[in-house]
Design a binder for this molecule. Structure first.
Ligand code: SAM
Length: 500
């Protein structure tokens, strides 16, 4: 599902790109949007600067071996990870309260960990400054819903779709059923009991981080407010797969606009929901369970209030020292403030007087947004691979870098369909990637591998397929990224194969 690693290139390249970025987006009816050079560029041109992920997840298996900030991994050794969650940071009230709150769900009253480990205080502070201090509490709540022990495999819903039944309409019906159910607060409260399997909890973290980023953008007025989707209708599908929330965000034609918000760019990425579910129909059930839990914990203010109320009684019997001196009994709970969207980066535990007009995280936990985020992963995300990259490198998780996801894999050959197939060695060079990717911590950089002409398409390689024969290569790209590769090399080799 995630883009595999690229070999690293030389490190001696500038980190700041020339501005404005020397590339623009064009659209092709078959391969969608793609980058082109806006001018002749020398080798080693830094095309996008340092790209940071919009959202990511580290698989649970590696979570206590990888720094959540710089993604350092030391072959499974953990000695370099000296900080955890927000431990040691001066953030008394929310943390203490939320841990107490979570004690309800954890066994034996032990506080639930948010699942964040850091090299040192610097990494910890950087992560918290970027993501928001309140996210630590949100992740704690989410982790409390992770199954404690893997159970025997859950019996899949008898009505689960079969691959041949997977159509956009069938998927829409499944989500519409959830929209119907969530009209009942009682039903949503029941969803709080959902226990997520590891895969589901890891994906839920990815969704939650994206929703929270979107929320922060709206709080800083960087992002348009979502339009009301009471009818639950999705945007009309254009020639290229569209995200469910794309009409709230950008159309492909919006590219080139002066400034798109990060959420708009993220939500405008190609949606591979149908392709993913056709390949693995059981994922739909995982996705709906992720939604139920997120809705119940973070999207339902009714449920959140009752949650906060029961937490209040547990606090009364065992108040945390810091919480007790910071709040009066009638003060709003930090959990309410968080869901009301009035807690800005953990700096305040009070709900402002005008909180009703402020953006609310709860309002973003919608079927459309969650489907958009889940639909972006397959085919757009980049694997977080152990470095230096080797044959046996571990894939530690995945991340989405919205602006980086418009690079196509090699140059598709569409405009010249009528040209007789060229010699394979020649077309290989013709469509060979002219951009390489480098990872430094959590940032990615994209650099030209050779001089590029004005207007030339800029493309990367999606990974380890390069040495495979054309059939295997196309199959890998189809199964991993859901497209039939139309690059000159694949096209020519396939034509050659069918002639011989
Ligand atoms: C990471 S996205 C790249 C951006 C994409 N073109 C878009 O409009 O969002 C990957 C998708 O681009 C298209 N694509 C990329 N490289 C291609 C190629 N060599 N041949 C055909 N389609 C390609 C496929 O639809 C693929 O699923």
């Amino acid at each position: 599902m995630s883009l595999p690693p690229q070999p690293s290139g030389p490190p001696n390249v500038p980190s700041i790109p020339s501005t404005p970025a020397p590339l623009h987006i064009r659209t092709d009816p078959h391969s969608g949007r793609k980058y082109h050079a806006s001018a002749a560029l020398p080798a080693d041109t830094d095309l996008l600067g340092r790209c940071v992920p919009y959202t990511y997840t580290i698989w649970k298996r590696f979570r206590n071996e990888v720094c959540a900030e710089c993604w350092r991994y030391d072959g499974g050794r953990r000695a370099f990870l000296t900080r955890r969650d927000d431990d040691g940071l001066d953030r008394p009230s929310e943390s203490a309260i939320s841990q107490d709150h979570q004690a309800q769900r954890s066994t034996g009253g032990a506080a639930v960990c948010a699942g964040l480990w850091f090299c040192d205080e610097r990494c910890q502070r950087e992560w918290i400054a970027r993501e928001g201090a309140e996210v630590v509490d949100l992740l704690r709540q989410l982790e409390a819903a992770r199954q404690k022990k893997p159970r025997a495999k859950r019996k899949l819903d008898a009505k689960a779709l079969q691959p041949e039944d997977v159509t956009p309409e069938a998927i829409e019906r499944a989500w519409e059923a959830l929209r119907e159910k969530e009209r009942s607060p009682k039903e949503v409260r029941r969803w709080r009991e959902v226990q997520l399997e590891d895969y589901e909890a890891d994906m839920a973290r990815y969704v939650l981080l994206a929703l929270h980023r979107y929320h922060r953008e709206r709080c800083s007025n960087l992002c348009p407010q979502p339009s009301s989707r009471a009818d639950g209708q999705h945007a009309e599908t254009e020639t290229h797969p569209q995200s469910p929330a794309q009409s709230d965000a950008a159309k492909p034609s919006d590219y080139g606009r002066e400034r798109m918000s990060e959420w708009e760019t993220f939500a405008a990425l190609q949606c591979n929901e149908v392709q993913l579910l056709k390949a693995c129909p059981e994922i739909l059930e995982h996705q709906t369970r992720i939604y139920q839990l997120l809705k119940a914990c973070f999207g339902s203010r009714v449920a959140a209030r009752s949650n906060a109320a029961s937490s209040r009684s547990s606090l009364t019997s065992a108040p945390s020292p810091t919480g007790a001196c910071l709040r009066g009994d009638n003060d709003p709970r930090p959990e309410d403030a968080l869901l009301d969207g009035s807690s800005k980066a953990g700096s305040s535990t009070r709900v402002d007087a005008d909180s009703s007009t402020q953006p609310k995280l709860a309002d973003l936990v919608t079927v459309e947004n969650v489907r958009t985020i889940l639909g972006v992963d397959p085919g757009n995300s980049f694997g977080i691979w152990e470095t230096p990259l080797m044959e046996e490198s571990e894939c530690l998780g995945f991340a989405v870098y919205p602006v980086a996801s418009f690079f196509n894999h090699r140059k598709p050959r569409f405009s010249n369909e009528t040209i007789l197939p060229l010699l394979i060695e020649y077309v290989d060079a013709d469509c060979a990637p002219n951009v390489r990717k480098e990872r430094d911590g959590r940032t990615l950089r994209f650099l030209t591998t050779r001089p590029v002409e004005d207007g030339e398409e800029l493309c990367i390689s999606y990974g380890h397929v390069e040495t495979m024969d054309v059939q295997t290569r196309r199959q890998e790209l189809q199964e991993g990224w859901y497209f039939e590769c139309r690059c000159s090399r694949c096209t020519a080799e396939a034509e050659e194969g069918s002639r011989t």
